[in-house]
Design a protein around this ligand. Structure first.
Ligand code: 6GU
Length: 256
């Protein structure tokens, strides 16, 4: 997968490329990435990239000519690339969009800044718009990092343990189970005993139940939209029975 980011601030990405999993993914060739500076495509003496909005008002708008030239230049080497404009007005990014994007060969991201970019670029030079949530950032750069990070880790080989992405929160509509490492007792609190048992069937069962509990407590909305496995529904029924017994007990206590 090749990512190109078209931006006024390519330096913002330097430390992003140079650290941790993204760095290794680049080194091992699972992904490649480049940041292209819009300013390099400005033709005038001052290399102007923005201008005042027609109709007046605050802020500046990114000019169409240098941005169009930057996009055309990148597309020369990547004619089939998807071109995505980063804007809070875009389609909302989530894990299923990340999975969709992980199937692409080449993606070009355009980062907006200031009040926005000229509408004629939005209309004629992009295949879609993407937002990372309902809040406004000063520019698309942090949003692009979010998207590249989430997409990259779904590309085979990027994560060390191939299972890692399968068990992720949201991958099956549930939040991921809790994790523990040594020491076995930390500040008086023990690791759940089943995780020390070596019984993989019981461990899987504990993890599934922990996933369900977490999802129920933290994100019950996910249980309404996602399709649960039969085993997961069985666990919910067991809780229902347990809770019914607790309630019955408390009601009897209240009467006596
Ligand atoms: Cl992609 N850009 C900006 N400027 N703000 C955002 C966003 C993108 N996604 C959420 N807020």
């Amino acid at each position: 997968m090749h990512f190109t980011v078209i931006t006024l601030f390519p330096e913002i990405f330097t430390s992003f490329w140079e650290n941790s999993i993204i760095r290794r993914a680049l080194e091992e060739g699972h992904i490649s990435a480049s940041a292209v500076n819009i300013r390099d495509f400005a033709k005038d003496r001052h290399r102007t990239t923005d201008d005042r909005p027609y109709g007046g008002g605050c802020g500046m708008v990114i000019k169409p000519e240098p941005l169009a030239a930057a996009i055309r230049s990148v597309k020369e080497n990547a004619p089939d690339a998807k071109t995505i404009l980063m804007t809070p007005q875009g389609r909302k990014f989530d894990q299923s969009v990340a999975r969709e994007m992980a199937g692409e060969k080449e993606i070009i991201f355009i980062c907006g800044r200031y009040e926005g970019i000229d509408e004629r670029i939005c209309r004629n030079f992009t295949d879609g718009e993407l937002s990372i949530g309902d809040y406004v950032l000063t520019g698309g750069e942090p949003a692009v990092m979010v998207v590249i990070d989430a997409v990259s880790r779904l590309i085979p080989g990027v994560l060390g343990c191939e299972n890692s992405a399968e068990n992720d929160s949201f991958s099956r509509g549930l939040l991921e189970h809790g994790h523990f490492t040594r020491p076995g007792i930390f500040e008086g609190e023990s690791v759940p005993e089943v995780l020390l048992s070596g019984n993989h069937q019981q461990i899987e069962r504990w993890r599934l139940e922990d996933s369900l509990i977490r999802t129920f407590l933290k994100r019950p909305d996910l249980l309404k939209t996602g399709k649960l496995h039969r085993e997961e529904v069985r666990i919910l029924k067991k809780w229902q029975d347990d809770i019914a017994k607790l309630i019955a007990f408390q009601e009897r206590e209240a009467q006596s």
